[in-house]
Design a protein around this ligand. Structure first.
Ligand code: OXD
Ligand code: MN
Length: 595
């Protein structure tokens, strides 16, 4: 081991893991640039990292074709009682799960180095930050954690001899025998993959995958699943939300937090540049918000992350110019295509398709190829500080006061562009029944409609029925200081399958309406699903959109919504007596409004 660790709990945990996993050596990370470069050198030597001539300090990685996204069906919330995990999580009893995983962990790091990664979610030393220690046998994980979290020797100093941390154990699950050559992307077969959480112990065990949320344990595992369980116990909120600051023409600031499922445009909205004159948008975070009530009784949000792990395909100067400008240097790309002149490429990028490229599986690709050049869940890992519109207050330890919550999803039909909740309980009803078509961010079928409450279905570390109650409790606590709640759907399609709403920078028009609602400047019309903009109140100036299309985007078809009721009922039924009475009442009222 390269340094002496002072924290007693950490010291004994490192020993315990090393005795179990049998790595060849142990390296404790300090988060320095030298360390990052050293890891990259190793990855370059073994030809795992591909340098990109066109982007300084940037590298391409190709994963195993079986390890390309989060594995929700192998993700567990392991509480002593199944009811504590609830109907939306996979559950195995802790001692049984630990026994299975201990068998897998036995000797799993042979032939590899065990990295000990001390990291902070949130600024190092801030009272709202949480410290995690990830132990991993993947140098790719180390460099990604350097970007996505704050890895630093200061974290170990802060821990001192007795400080608390969240242990996050990770192995790719591919030990090497003597002389055995490593594979390009070591990982275990799907039936051996386990992404496990023990919320009562604040403990994370991940085995068998090297990809994204399965392996970078600060993100989904700590900052959402474990943090959501802690937040409920401690009276705060850990949410799958972007955070942005919108500034109006008079200089008034509005802070918005929005929950959309994975790969539904959170990064695009977080960095959006308004198409309407006089409005400015700055990014605070693109995926996770931790929120606490402040001394003035309002809700304050921080982004616990340090970087963006964004979906590359579809990102372009047209859809997200600020993301494109974030990606010029010091970026790690995974599963993108490689062009002949040493750049990355993906479907949906600006300009012409390359005449030839190497696809994400390392094969020759031309526009005639049947398969995509980049995997649909190809990603970029980029420092948040490189974003040209990162808000100057993005690391403020006290966070920013939230004015507006947005829920939403990807739906080709039924849900209109925007509506507002009648009140907090109705807003919680909208969040709890949110539905979206599934995307490539999870291994599984694409395009199926599923209920994804608060975009937290894959990320809630306890019974979702109790989570709904926690939202209601937070509303009670916030009272008239609670943010206003809206629901959006950017993805409604016309009969011939075309998106009706231009989206991206034009989404600012919808956000402007929300701000005007908050300020009491515009009215709204009552419909069974909520409050919709009055005709003329949505700023459509300069937008080339036909009146017919606009009408279609805003249609609330009572029959369509009546047809949703059985699905909402069976969704709610899953929670049994954990479903809050106040949501049952919301459903009754909704049914009544539909007539
Ligand atoms: C993500 C996800 O990577 O939600 O953020 O899958
Ligand atoms: Mn996400």
């Amino acid at each position: 081991m390269n340094i002496t660790v002072k924290n007693k709990k950490l010291k004994s945990w490192i020993k315990e893991v090393a005795d179990l996993c049998k790595p060849d050596d142990i390296y404790v990370c300090n988060g320095s640039k030298e360390e990052y470069n050293l890891m990259l050198e190793k990855l370059l030597e073994s030809r795992i990292a591909i340098p990109l001539k066109k982007r300084p300090g940037s590298f391409l990685f190709r994963s195993d074709p079986s390890d390309v996204a989060r594995v929700e069906n192998r993700t567990y919330i392991s509480t002593p009682l199944k009811e504590e995990a609830g109907p939306m999580n996979n559950w195995i009893e802790p001692s049984e799960l630990k026994k299975t995983m201990l068998d897998l962990y036995k000797g799993c790091m042979k032939g590899r180095t065990m990295y000990v990664i001390p990291f902070s979610m949130g600024p190092v030393g801030s009272p709202i930050s949480k410290i995690g220690i990830e132990v991993s046998d993947s140098p790719y994980v180390v460099i990604n954690m350097h970007i996505m979290t704050r890895v630093s020797s200061r974290v170990l100093e802060l821990l001192s001899t007795d400080g608390e941390f969240i242990p996050c154990l990770h192995s790719v699950g591919a030990p090497l025998s003597k002389g055995q050559e490593d594979s390009q992307w070591p990982c275990a077969p799907i039936e051996q993959k386990y992404i496990s959480h023990f919320p009562e112990e604040n403990l994370i065990w991940s085995y068998g995958s090297g990809y994204g949320g399965n392996a970078l344990l600060g993100k989904k595992c700590l900052a959402l699943r474990i943090a959501s369980a802690m937040a409920r116990r401690e009276g705060w909120m850990a949410e799958h939300m972007l955070i942005l600051r919108l500034t109006g023409p008079e200089g008034k600031q509005y802070h918005i937090a929005a929950a959309f499922p994975s790969a539904c445009g959170k990064t695009n909205l977080a960095m959006m540049q308004p198409s309407i004159p006089g409005w400015k948008c700055e990014c605070i975070g693109d995926d996770i918000a931790w929120m606490k009530t402040g001394p003035d009784g309002r809700l304050y949000a921080i982004n616990p992350e340090n970087g963006f792990f964004g979906v590359a395909p579809g990102t372009s100067y047209n859809t997200n110019p600020m993301a494109m400008d974030t990606l010029n240097e010091n970026v790690l790309f995974t599963n993108c295509a490689l062009t002949d002149d040493g750049d990355v490429w993906w479907e949906g990028m600006d300009g012409d398709e390359p005449a030839h490229a190497i696809d994400w599986k390392g094969r020759d690709w031309t526009p005639e190829s049947v398969e995509e050049a980049a995997h649909p869940n190809a990603r970029f890992t980029a420092p948040a500080s490189q974003c040209p519109v990162i808000c100057k207050d993005w690391e403020k330890p006290e966070g920013v006061p939230i004015d507006i919550f947005i829920f939403g999803g990807r739906r080709g039909s039924v849900a209109p562009l925007v509506y507002e909740a009648y009140n907090w309980d109705h807003g919680v009803f909208l969040g709890s029944t949110a539905a979206s078509e599934t995307t490539a961010a999870n291994i599984g079928a694409l395009g199926n409609l599923r209920r994804d409450p608060f975009a937290m279905k894959p990320f809630c570390g306890y019974n979702m029925g109790d989570y709904f109650q926690h939202w209601l409790d937070m509303g009670d606590r916030l009272g008239d200081k609670a943010p206003r709640i809206f629901y959006v759907n950017w993805f409604r399609k016309s009969g011939d399958g075309k998106f009706l709403w231009p989206g991206f920078s034009d989404n600012s028009r919808v956000l402007k309406w929300m701000c005007e609602r908050v300020d009491g400047k515009v009215g709204a019309r009552e419909t069974p699903i909520g409050l919709l903009p009055d005709e003329g109140d949505l700023d459509l100036s300069g937008l080339d959109l036909s009146t017919d299309d606009m009408r279609e985007i805003m249609i609330v078809d009572t029959d369509d919504w009546k047809a949703e009721l059985p699905d909402i009922e069976s969704h709610f039924d899953k929670f049994g007596d954990r479903l809050p009475e106040r949501l049952k009442k919301q459903l009754q009222e909704f049914r009544k409004r539909l007539g």
